[in-house]
Design a protein around this ligand. Structure first.
Ligand code: HEM
Length: 221
């Protein structure tokens, strides 16, 4: 018998698709350049708010969105890689968890380096004025030379792995990121996803947006 379990709560799903859309828009505006850079800065603020939200939701969100539910030991990862991990992962698998932490970490590094960057023509990140020229130089180099390619590479890998699971392992991971549920062979605890948790998410999202707005305001103060 199969059990339908809510794994990804609505806030996590909204976060995921908003992050994906924001990242695509950030890459497009960076490539277009010129006046589109105004949008790039605005989108950077959205990205910061999204990442702060996800870090907080990793602590207070639904069960399977909490970091503690997908922190695996190296032994468990090794067993998984060798195909010796009997149970199908409910939330992120050990390998999926690695990619999630990498995506979140490298995205955060991209936003922070953007905050400190300066193209020395017309656009500077809001915090560039608060650090030394040497830091600005390093941040600008990382943001435009290393970070963006690292991030694009991770996203491409992410989508390829999802495709690999769909085509070769016959496991559709995308559906649950759309409607939240997974069909599992065993009954497991679901993520809470009701009005109370969604209201909590709205509060966390508002606070995250306020923090990102404040950080960007420092650039015009
Ligand atoms: C710029 C594009 C994208 C970024 C930055 C991104 C980032 C992420 C992140 C951070 C997570 C972890 C979710 C969480 O726990 O909060 C995730 C999971 C996931 N993403 Fe994406 N994603 C992108 C595009 C896509 C696309 C296009 C698809 C569908 C083809 C997709 C499908 C998924 C799925 C199915 C999961 C859950 C994986 C699992 O079950 O472990 N993502 N993604």
């Amino acid at each position: 018998m199969q059990h339908k379990v809510r794994v990804w709560d609505l806030p996590t799903r909204l976060f995921h698709w908003s992050l994906a859309a924001t990242m695509v828009a950030l890459v497009v505006t960076a490539k277009v350049g010129g006046n589109a850079m105004q949008w790039h800065l605005q989108l950077g603020q959205v990205m910061l708010a999204l990442l702060v939200f996800r870090l907080a939701w990793g602590l207070v969100g639904g069960h399977w969105s909490r970091f503690t539910s997908f922190m695996y030991s190296p032994t468990r990862l090794w067993r998984y890689l060798r195909g010796q991990d009997g149970d199908e992962a409910v939330g992120h698998s050990p390998l999926g968890a690695l990619s999630v932490f990498a995506l979140l970490g490298v995205s955060l590094a991209q936003v922070v380096s953007g905050l400190l960057s300066d193209d020395e023509i017309s656009f500077a990140g809001p915090l560039a004025r608060y650090v030394s020229g040497e830091w600005v130089g390093q941040a600008t180099w990382y943001h435009s030379d290393v970070g963006q390619y690292l991030l694009i590479g991770l996203v491409v890998l992410h989508v390829l792995v999802i495709g690999f699971y769909a085509l070769l392992r016959r496991r559709n991971l995308v559906n649950s990121m759309l409607h939240g549920d997974k069909l599992l062979d065993r009954p497991v605890a679901a993520s809470r996803d009701d009005m109370a948790t969604r209201s909590r998410a709205a509060l966390v999202a508002t606070l995250s947006a306020a923090l990102a707005w404040w950080v960007f305001r420092l650039g015009v103060a």
